[in-house]
Design a protein around this ligand. Structure first.
Ligand code: ADP
Length: 401
């Protein structure tokens, strides 16, 4: 809405008011008329004026008193007042007028243009004052908004900090529980070894003592007993390895992966129908050799084990990937893995086959995953049933802790 400034004109003579009104018509301001002091005061209560033009000589309250009353009120303290007077035009009265709060004193008769010029200046000032007030309001608003935003931000930061702290607490609780569990697994597995050994020994004593008198069935029972003990031993060994991953390290050192893999393959004593194809050049990484061995030993053993073809082929290779990492792969032409099971095989005791089909404890890939994690890397598999499998291990070029 467009702002229209208001001018209050005060004179006890209606003809003067009319004359003034017609002069001020040109300013396009809204003119409010008052015939005396009390009426003028009342008008200042209801309207906000840009300017007051008043006669000095009026009955009841004269112009000086009225000006003082207007100036005395907080709301109208800065309201500009122009006195118009024919009677008191001497210096004494002009000065008195200024003292009571007038900003100008025009003596009658006056030139219309002079009055108009002066009025226009005050109207302009009023418009500027208003713009400034609006600006102040806007500034205050944006300041409040800024404060609110700041508060919200502070609140969010505090909340996030709380969540982070909680997360940290959970993580360390989880770590502790994990640590306790693997310690527990270690102790239990370790302590089970002695009674198992005893069972095996007693079974052998029985076999030796009853050698001649054992029937075929009884011999088969003893064989079964020994086989069960062997399986239990394997399980215990694997649980011990899993719980020890990352605990008995020999430290980080530069490892030329090609040489490392060749010596590992020799030590694995693979069946004759296994063909290993390796790239010639390999990178050197700074890593933990015990963990690296656990990773590749399990992957290569699986590549041989879960393979019904002859010859069994294993491809080993690598490539540089981003973030200063190497991606190594172990590819086989074995039975393959259903994509639906590719996540769960990394969990402990998860197997996709029975022991009759393929021997194992279901711990190998859990060891791989834990060891890779300790080295700050990742492991994944790509495979289709019947189409072989490729395990990818990504490791940092340098791991030092
Ligand atoms: P285990 O070898 O003792 O069974 P793992 O944890 O090493 O235990 O493997 C879990 C399961 O993942 C295996 O039982 C097998 O079903 C599947 N698997 C692992 N490696 C391969 C592979 N190279 N090809 C096909 N299946 C595999």
């Amino acid at each position: 809405m467009e702002y229209i400034p208001k001018i209050l004109i005060v004179d006890d003579k209606p003809e003067n008011l009319l004359a003034l009104e017609s002069i001020l018509h040109e300013t396009e301001a809204e003119i409010i008329k008052a015939n005396n002091g009390p009426e003028a005061l009342k008008a200042t209560l209801h309207h906000e004026f840009a300017l007051v033009i008043m006669d000095v000589k009026m009955p009841e309250i004269d112009g000086y008193e009225l000006a003082e009353l207007i100036r005395g009120r907080n709301k109208t303290r800065h309201l500009p007042i122009i006195f118009l007077s024919a009677v008191y035009s001497d210096e004494f009265h002009v000065f008195k007028g200024y003292k009571s709060g007038a900003v100008d004193f025009i003596t009658k008769p006056f030139k219309q243009e002079i009055l108009l010029d002066k009025v226009m200046i005050f109207l302009e000032l009023d418009i500027q004052k208003r713009q400034l007030q609006e600006l102040v309001v806007e500034l205050k608003n944006s300041n409040t908004q800024l404060k609110m935003l700041n508060e919200r931000l502070n609140h969010e930061v505090a909340e996030r900090k709380q969540v982070e702290e909680q997360l940290q607490r959970y993580t360390s609780e989880l770590q502790e529980a994990n640590e306790e569990l693997s310690q527990y697994a270690y102790v239990v597995s370790h302590d089970l070894k002695a009674p198992l050994r005893a069972i095996h020994n007693y079974a052998e004593f029985l076999r030796e003592d009853l050698e001649g008198s054992l029937g075929d069935d009884q011999k088969a029972y003893l064989d079964g007993l020994n086989h069960a003990v062997q399986e239990a031993n394997m399980l215990i060994e694997d649980i011990l390895v899993l719980s020890r991953v990352g605990r008995q390290n020999i430290g980080f050192e530069p490892v030329e992966v090609g040489t490392f893999l060749r010596s590992l393959i020799t030590s694995l004593d693979l069946p004759d129908d296994v063909e290993v194809l390796m790239e010639d050049d390999w990178p050197t990484i700074t890593t933990e050799p015990v963990l690296l061995r656990q990773i590749f030993q399990n992957l290569i053993s699986n590549a041989v084990k879960f393979n019904t073809l002859s010859p069994k082929r294993i491809d080993l290779g690598w490539r540089l990937v981003e973030d200063n990492c190497y991606e190594f792969f172990v590819h086989d032409n074995g039975i393959g893995i259903d994509p639906g099971h590719q996540e769960k095989i990394f969990r402990v005791f998860e197997r996709l086959h029975t022991k009759d089909e393929f021997e194992g404890t279901g711990i190998g890939l859990a060891i791989v995953k834990k060891a890779v994690g300790k080295l700050g890397g990742t492991v994944r598999v790509k495979s289709q049933l019947g189409e072989g499998s490729t395990f990818f291990v990504t490791l940092p070029r340098t791991t030092t802790h």
